[in-house]
Write a protein that binds this ligand. Structure first.
Ligand SMILES: Nc1ncnc2c1ncn2[C@@H]1O[C@H](COP(=O)(O)OP(=O)(O)O)[C@@H](O)[C@H]1O
Ligand SMILES: [Mg+2]
Length: 400
């Protein structure tokens, strides 16, 4: 026993603290998602925005509605006012006009990991917003939550402990010896059209031990299992986004071996910049070791993205300048600035792209959308650059 005035804390005490914290989280979730209801996408687009999204003029859309190629626009039953188009309806227009941006079959879906071994740098924020940006453009998107903390799963409206069965719906069964041979079992549709999710919960953490045990016992290269699993569902998507845990473990290594490309979010402060430098060093040495066992692995691109940037902080500006100098061509041009919109959306287990109604008309919202869209557009172009059939189109758009 210690002689300090501080009482000692045992496991029961810790459990009490944990239970108390859990009940707060549960209450928050109950507020956000009233019991029995499911999260829905309430975003609608007027005809002007629809025309931009579809890539055809308003006149052409109206013509198609008049001659029956497109359904009549939905109207409010009482007022008769047009309600605007849902993303599902926009995708239907894209289909009719032949403007869906899906990859050609000869092109491969891009597996993009948002990776950094540090927590809180904006990985899950980026994964959720990027996935929704790309779904808005009409791509077929899959998000794989590889982090047992499951923030991405929560933002997609699922309560990880209640709605996700760890023995059937996460990556965990796939990593287990004798588990399923492909990942189809874990795919679930979301309330976003063309956006599928493989969810996570705390049980996924056991995969770390499972994989470590299998590494020791088995001769095959266990760290390429995830890649094989992703290959089994790849044909259904244009892009697969991976949200790995914030630590160097078996799952993170599997993600590094699965990804075709990596985006490294880095807030421009000393600590996070230091973590990114460390991450790059670890990544290089670890990949070298892994190549000796599992064979070569190439990336189509590796880019650093400045996140949570605050222009009003001179330290941020100085470190951003240094990052630009050091990483030069390896940085994304666009920057994800620090924005209260993002924090507020996260607090409601939601995203900026899901905000609807009056909330979308504020200046802060519009500004934040502009940062997010700029990042999304840049990633979209990088993705298209990995598709050989896009070369000509990119050239004619002046992007190559
Ligand atoms: N650009 C941003 N502006 C404001 N807050 C942000 C931004 N990016 C992330 N955050 C907030 O920072 C916290 C951590 O972000 P998160 O994406 O969960 O990080 P990670 O997945 O790397 O741990 C969250 O509360 C999120 O809302
Ligand atoms: Mg996260």
């Amino acid at each position: 026993m210690s002689n300090t005035p501080l009482p000692s804390i045992n496991i029961d005490d810790l459990e009490r603290i944990s239970n108390r914290a859990n009940s707060v989280i549960d209450r928050l979730r109950d507020q956000v998602f009233a019991p029995g209801t499911q999260k829905t996408l309430n975003v609608r687009f007027n005809v002007k925005t629809a025309a931009q999204m579809v890539g055809r003029s308003e006149t052409l859309i109206r013509e198609a509605e008049n001659d029956g190629r497109l359904p009549e626009p939905s109207k409010d039953e009482k007022t008769g006012r047009r309600l605007g188009y849902s993303l599902h309806e926009i995708n239907n227009m894209r289909e009719i006009f032949g403007t869906l941006p899906h990859r050609k079959e000869s092109d491969e879906a891009l597996v993009l990991a948002i990776q950094n071994f540090k927590g809180g740098v904006g990985k899950s924020t980026l994964v959720t917003h990027l996935s929704q940006y790309l779904a808005l453009q009409g791509y077929r998107v899959c998000v794989i939550d590889c982090d047992s903390q499951a923030s991405t799963t929560s933002i997609f409206g699922l309560n990880p402990d209640v709605d996700i069965d760890e023995d059937e719906e996460t990556l965990y069964p796939f990593f287990r010896h004798g588990g399923p041979q492909d990942l189809r079992y874990a795919l679930r549709a979301t309330y976003w059209p063309n956006l599928a999710l493989i969810g996570a919960n705390l049980g996924l953490y056991d995969a770390e031990y499972e994989l470590a045990g299998r590494m020791a016992r088995e001769s095959g290269f266990v760290l390429d299992r995830l890649r094989a699993g992703i290959n089994s569902i790849r044909e259904h998507f244009d892009v697969i986004l991976l949200d790995p845990p914030p630590a160097l473990g078996m799952i993170s290594l599997s993600v590094l071996r699965s990804a075709d490309a990596i985006l490294i979010p880095t807030p421009p402060n000393n600590v996070d910049f230091g973590s990114t430098v460390h991450f790059l060093k670890m990544m290089t040495s670890t990949l070298t070791e892994l190549e000796k066992v599992g064979g070569e692995h190439h990336y189509k691109f590796v880019k650093i993205l400045t996140t949570k940037m605050n222009d009003g902080k001179s330290a941020h500006v100085a470190i951003k300048r240094m990052m630009d100098a050091i990483f030069a061509g390896d940085m994304l041009q666009s920057v994800l600035k620090d924005s209260a919109e993002i924090d507020n959306a996260t607090a409601n287990l939601s995203t900026v792209y899901e905000t609807s109604g009056a909330g979308t008309r504020t200046e802060t919202h519009k500004r934040c959308r502009a940062y997010l869209d700029a990042v999304g557009r840049e990633v979209e172009i990088l993705m298209r650059k990995t598709w050989p059939s896009q070369t000509e189109a990119l050239r004619s758009e002046g992007l190559l």
